[in-house]
Structure formats: structure tokens, C-alpha cells
Design a protein around this ligand. Structure first.
Ligand SMILES: NC(=O)c1ccc[n+]([C@@H]2O[C@H](COP(=O)([O-])OP(=O)(O)OC[C@H]3O[C@@H](n4cnc5c(N)ncnc54)[C@H](O)[C@@H]3O)[C@@H](O)[C@H]2O)c1
Length: 284
């Protein structure tokens, strides 16, 4: 188990992965670009743990121990001593590649540098570093504290040892890892996103209301949530980036982003994180 884990990115996934790793017993260093958002992430974690204590799902002593293992920083230099760093910043390849160049310069030799990307080529991030054999994908699902799956992504440069350590980390976090090769969408998103994209097209074509599309897939397929509600949870900007990466790799029309999805992102309707997506969350 990695003793000291660095998490880069304070969005939906960065916060969730931080909670998972701290619960598993690692020292967690959260890095956000500003100290304010880094501190807000810790405040969010405090709130989430307090709720779990209230519901009887966590002991109060355990809550304090978990929080005691988490620190928040804005300077990347604070990640130097980490045994494992997982980046979970915006789904944009040039931005992630730049971050890997920086992490390779800063983080001690031999440590694993991992990405939580949903679709982007892990090898391109690996090749920004002087340790491509120590780079892999560790892809958590949303919400990370609840979802049991982790996809461990083997880039063609990843060593067997790196993959074994990534798997062991996922298992120590109580997750069920599967190994997958570095191909856009890996397993889950390669299968899931044509479905989500086609749900947007169906809605845009006026075939049914958004409520009925979601209710149909819940009631007809026993899915825990409908496709439009799931897109709101994932984030419409992240979903658009995922579809663009899938389309760029395979040129399969099922991956070509539905025009409505692109328009909604332009209008900053990003789903739950902006309080408005297919549904309105401002009053919830
Ligand atoms: N949302 C999901 O359901 C989900 C699930 C699994 C994996 N992921 C992946 O996790 C990663 C983060 O997604 P998220 O949903 O947490 O997104 P988010 O929008 O909630 O957070 C993105 C984070 O990136 C930071 N950021 C933006 N531009 C940056 C830059 N130029 N440099 C450094 N940081 C920057 C933001 O400040 C924010 O902290 C992405 O790679 C995404 O594909 C997302």
C-alpha cells in the first residue's frame, strides 16, 4: 500500500479519491491550484465524513484519524515525497501532458505517476516523463467512495511491477480492479458512452421527455439511474471530452457528440456541478 498518496485536482473525482485513499490508511496530500479550493476540498471531506458518522456508517474516532491523514496544498512541490500520485484534473490531453512533465521533475524517483483519465491515451502522458514504465491509469468511478470498480490501465510502456502495485493499491482501497489496455474509453466508457450519447439524441428528437427517458431505462433495464441524470452526475463538459476522445480514436458515429450536448456545454449547463444540466439542481 502506498504510504503517501498525492492527488492533483480538486473536482468531483479528486475529492472522492482523496476520501477513499485516506480511509484506506494512506497519508493523502491534496493539491489544487489555489489554497482556497484545496482547503474547500478538505472542508467538503469533513462534511462528508460527519454525515457518515451521523448515519452510523463511521466511528467518530475513525473520522478524526482519516482527517488527520489529509493535508491540502497549492504548491506541486509538496508532492515530492509521495509514493504514488494520481492526477484527476480536467479531461484535456495537453493540460495533463504538461502536468506529467512537472510531476516527473518534482516527485521522487521510482514513485508511480497515475492518471484518472476516462479516455485519454495514458502512453502520451507516460512519454512526457523520464519514467514511462512507472506510469499507468488508475481509473475510479463516480462517486469514488461508493463505486467498487477501478480500471487499471496498462500503457504499452507500463511495467508489470507498476500494474501489480496499482492493482494492490486499488484492492487496499477496498475496490475491485480490472486490468485493461490503453485504448480510448477502456471498458466501461467505451460501452457506456454510445448509450448516453444516443439518449441525448433521443431527447433532442422529442421522442420522449427527459423524465420518461430516464424512467424507461430505470424501469426497463433495472439501471439505478437514467442516462440523462447520469450525464448530469458525470458532468456534461467531461462527457463531451470523453465522447470527443472516443470519436477521435475510432471515428465511430455512435461516439460523435450529440449536438445538444455541445450546446449545453457552451451554455455552461454542466450538470450537478453547475446546478443546471438536463435537470435543475439549484433547489436541491
Ligand atoms: N466525472 C466523472 O464521472 C469521472 C469519472 C471518472 C474519471 N473522471 C476523470 O477525472 C478527471 C477529473 O474529472 P472531474 O469530474 O473531477 O472534473 P471536475 O470538472 O469536477 O474537476 C476538474 C479539476 O481540474 C482542475 N483544472 C481545470 N483546468 C486545469 C488546469 N489547466 N490545470 C490544472 N487543473 C485544472 C479544476 O480546477 C478541477 O479541480 C478527468 O480526467 C475525468 O475524465 C471523471
Amino acid at each position: 500500500m502506498a504510504e503517501r498518496v498525492g492527488i492533483v485536482g480538486s473536482g468531483i473525482m479528486g475529492s472522492g479519491i482523496a476520501e477513499v485513499a485516506a480511509k484506506a490508511g494512506s497519508e493523502v496530500v491534496l493539491r489544487s491550484r489555489s489554497q482556497n479550493t484545496a482547503d474547500a476540498m478538505v472542508a467538503g471531506l469533513e462534511k462528508s465524513l460527519a454525515k457518515q458518522v451521523e448515519r452510523g456508517k463511521l466511528e467518530d474516532g475513525a473520522r478524526a484519524d482519516i482527517l488527520g491523514r489529509v493535508s491540502a496544498i497549492s504548491d506541486l512541490g509538496g508532492l515530492a515525497d509521495c509514493d504514488l500520485v494520481i492526477e484527476s484534473i480536467v479531461e484535456d490531453l495537453p493540460t495533463k501532458k504538461h502536468l506529467f512533465t512537472e510531476l516527473d521533475r518534482i516527485v521522487k524517483e521510482g514513485s508511480i505517476l497515475a492518471t484518472n483519465t476516462s479516455t485519454l491515451p495514458v502512453v502520451e502522458m507516460a512519454m512526457e516523463t523520464g519514467r514511462p514504465e512507472r506510469v499507468c491509469g488508475i481509473h475510479f468511478f463516480n462517486p469514488a467512495p461508493m463505486m467498487p470498480l477501478v480500471e487499471v490501465v496498462r500503457a504499452i510502456t507500463s511495467s508489470d511491477e507498476t500494474i501489480a502495485e496499482a492493482r494492490a493499491f486499488a484492492e487496499a482501497c477496498g475496490k475491485n480492479p480490472v486490468e485493461v489496455k490503453d485504448q480510448a474509453g477502456f471498458i466501461v466508457n467505451a460501452l457506456l458512452f454510445p448509450y448516453l450519447n444516443n439518449a441525448v439524441r433521443l431527447y433532442d428528437a422529442g421522442v420522449a421527455t427527459k423524465e420518461d427517458i430516464d424512467a424507461a431505462m430505470q424501469g426497463g433495464c433495472n439501471f439505478p439511474m437514467g442516462p440523462l441524470a447520469l450525464l448530469d452526475l458525470v458532468g456534461l463538459d467531461t462527457s463531451l471530452s470523453i465522447l470527443e476522445a472516443l470519436y477521435a480514436e475510432f471515428k465511430d458515429p455512435n461516439y460523435a457528440p450529440a449536438p445538444l450536448l455541445r450546446r449545453m456545454v457552451s451554455a455552461e449547463r454542466l450538470g450537478r456541478k453547475s446546478n443546471l444540466g438536463f435537470y435543475d439542481y439549484s433547489k436541491k
